[in-house]
Design a binder for this molecule. Structure first.
Ligand SMILES: [Fe+2]
Length: 308
């Protein structure tokens, strides 16, 4: 033990801890700790945390873990509401071209959604106001991408995902579509609703203490993949939603907002298996070739945090 190690105090604390980590054989872990420990110590010093406050923080994190399960991920909510998820997303999805921006993945994606034929209805129970969604998957130059896969999911008209709501059929409002040679996609669904993120746990209590609401503006989630392109996790947001300016998880980007159109085209309505007037929403999705300036990395770890 060095002299420094035996004199742990306010001034020497950071240096001693970093010295204790010096033998770490993982360069990245060592680098992370060399940044994390000084920042964490700086927070404690600057705030002059009391022992009671530090214990409250530990109890908060303990509760965040304890409420998490295979159907609920409170740590993702914590990351989302502190802006960390969107910051990690921004760092890992820097784009050099005019392509569709990414946004937060969120905790409600599930693997294994049903593969559907173009035009099918992802609403299994038929509850809600019908909506027709269409668009094209394109490259940076506007060329259509054949064989692009779109994994879509959204809430019910009540603002719940199927995994949160035992009244909904399994895999309700989820589907996987593959584009043809023209890059087009279209499917039927219902108008999604704005919804509160789960707020009956520690993150909900945190938001309440901060005088923040838990609402997200109505949206449809997409993960779009195509061979040779960066995969994209994004949303389309419905214009005129009252929460577009204050999304609880900071996920809104102007380029992702679309007007819901009301179409009077009865021929088109018949082709969609509905009647005019009907609501429709159109969004083209532009992907970026994966070799163009993309920093790959930690988003995989973020995605693995999802549970349902
Ligand atoms: Fe969502």
């Amino acid at each position: 033990m060095s002299v420094v190690d035996r004199d742990f105090n306010e001034e020497t604390a950071t240096e001693i801890v970093l010295g204790r980590n010096a033998a770490c054989t993982s360069p990245r872990l060592k680098q992370i700790m060399e940044v994390l420990v000084p920042h964490l110590h700086a927070v404690v010093r600057e705030l002059e945390l009391t022992s009671a406050e530090w214990m409250a923080a530990i109890e908060f994190l303990t509760a965040t873990g304890q409420i998490s399960s295979d159907r609920r991920q409170e740590f993702i909510l914590l990351s989302d509401t502190l802006g960390v998820s969107m910051l990690v997303d921004a760092i890992n999805n820097r784009k050099t071209q005019d392509v569709t921006p990414s946004t937060v993945l969120g905790p409600f994606h599930v693997d294994g959604a049903p593969r559907m034929a173009m035009g099918e209805n992802i609403s299994k129970d038929g509850r809600g106001e019908p909506l027709f969604v269409s668009g094209r998957v394109l490259d940076e130059n506007g060329e259509p991408l054949q064989g692009a896969v779109l994994d879509v999911w959204q809430t019910s008209e009540d603002g719940f995902y199927d995994t949160q709501d035992p009244r909904q059929p399994d895999m309700n409002l989820r589907g996987v579509f593959r584009t043809g040679s023209d890059g087009r996609f279209w499917f039927r669904t219902i108008v999604p609703a704005s919804y509160p993120i789960p707020n009956d746990g520690p993150v909900g209590r945190m938001l309440k203490a901060l005088a923040r609401h838990p609402m997200r503006p109505a949206h449809i989630h997409f993960i779009v993949t195509a061979a040779g392109f960066d995969s994209l996790a994004t949303h389309v947001f419905l214009a005129d939603d009252p929460y577009l300016q204050s999304d609880a998880v900071f996920g809104v980007k102007d380029a992702l907002i679309r007007e819901v159109e009301i179409s009077q085209d009865s021929d088109r309505a018949a082709a969609f298996g509905t009647q005019a007037p009907f609501k429709s929403l159109d969004i083209d999705i532009r992907l970026q070739h994966e070799e163009v300036g993309h920093i790959r990395g930690s988003r995989a770890g973020f995605a693995e945090g999802k549970t349902s």
